[in-house]
Write a protein that binds this ligand. Structure first.
Ligand code: ATP
Length: 340
């Protein structure tokens, strides 16, 4: 019997991603190179894990399955243990199950859980010296991200969806439908978990997934997720170009003026799409946490350049602040203490 099309659809991009591992000391993937697969126990990540074991072992790679227990739901520890057993049964070379303490620190529970999860995955990857960590986001996740961005009035960064890769992370299933991952699991006899959050309609994403997308598909045809994901790809190309221009501009300016000072005249001469990116990079370099740095902060910085009416210090997240003085924008740590 031939390979089921859904299993093939999942394995193909995983094979491509594993075949393109960044070079280690010897060119190409070295036998024994570790690859971490982040597994929540959902259909996407179990299908991913199964494909990674199949394709990875053919390439002589060691597959490390990692699951993170955020401890946010009752019984999450039991679920995490179950995922560890499933990963072992699927033939991974090493399983890692880590419980984290999710602390908000100004973030919402989901963002805090995400931050804690990536911190764990980073640690695991470092410990086993893995050049890549695979994530199981699908084309449907991508489409939902685009719709979410549209409804929130987000900018291009959001509408461009998730990246196929960043740092050591790769999302090989970004062109694969969620249905294919579910079918692949069924065909391979893998029992998958459905996160109750995903059908909790108090979450906008759940409403988009279960109400808006089905309605769009009914009215516009089943290809809507694919077209939304394609829109994200096109936007991402433009965004990445702008990001590159902004990054080289930022480095040129900081090379000339120092890390925390930017010249107003040069900033003012930049197109706003580049200038705002440069200001965002400066705020990040000054220590503002990325997850807390919002558009409103960047716009306030921008106003120091383009709509200056003698504003004093503006506050930025992470106890940072900025002001304009002597035709320069200065960013620095905010003083602490009662009179700070
Ligand atoms: N608890 C977890 N442990 C390990 N990996 C996870 C966990 N949760 C999610 N992942 C990884 O992230 C992928 C996407 O999962 P999901 O869509 O549920 O998360 P998300 O919260 O939307 O993702 P993100 O926060 O990364 O945008 C999964 O396929 C898996 O690779």
């Amino acid at each position: 019997m031939g390979l089921h099309p859904a299993v093939a659809a999942v394995r193909r991009p995983v094979r491509a991603a594993l075949g393109e591992l960044p070079e280690r000391p010897a060119p190409g993937p070295r036998p024994g190179t570790n690859v971490v697969v982040a597994c929540s126990g959902g259909a996407d990540s179990l299908a991913l894990l199964s494909a990674a074991v199949f394709e990875g072992h053919k390439l002589g790679l060691r597959i490390v399955g990692a699951t993170v227990d955020h401890g946010l739901q009752e019984g999450s520890d039991v679920h995490a243990q179950h995922v560890v057993q499933q990963m072992a049964a699927l033939g991974v070379d090493e399983t890692v199950g880590v419980r984290v303490k999710v602390e908000g620190g100004g973030l919402g529970p989901e963002a805090a859980a995400r931050q804690a999860r990536y911190a764990v995955l980073d640690q695991v990857a470092e410990r086993v010296d893995a050049p890549v960590v695979l994530l199981g986001h699908t084309r449907d996740d991508q489409a939902e991200t685009v719709l979410l961005g549209l409804t929130r009035g987000s900018g291009g960064r959001s509408l461009a969806g998730m990246r196929r890769g960043f740092d050591r992370y790769r999302r090989p299933l970004l062109d694969v439908s969620r249905t294919d991952t579910e079918t692949a699991c069924r065909v391979e006899g893998i029992e998958f978990w459905t996160d109750p959050h995903n059908s909790d309609f108090s979450y906008t994403r759940a409403r988009i997934r279960h109400r808006v997308m089905p309605l769009l598909e009914e009215d516009l045809g089943p290809g809507v997720a694919a077209t939304l994901a394609r829109t994200a790809d096109q936007l991402r190309e433009d965004m990445e170009f702008l990001d590159d221009v902004a990054s080289s501009t930022y480095h040129r300016l900081t090379g000339a003026y120092g890390a925390a000072t930017l010249p107003v005249a040069e900033l003012a001469s930049l197109p706003s799409a580049v200038r705002r990116r440069v200001l965002r990079l400066a705020a990040l370099a000054a220590g503002c946490p990325a997850a807390e740095l919002f558009r409103e902060h960047v716009l306030a910085l921008d106003a120091l350049v383009t709509a200056w009416r003698g504003q004093r210090w503006i506050d930025l997240p992470g106890h940072r602040r900025a002001r304009r003085r002597d035709q320069m924008i200065h960013l620095e740590a905010a003083p602490t203490g009662p009179h700070g």
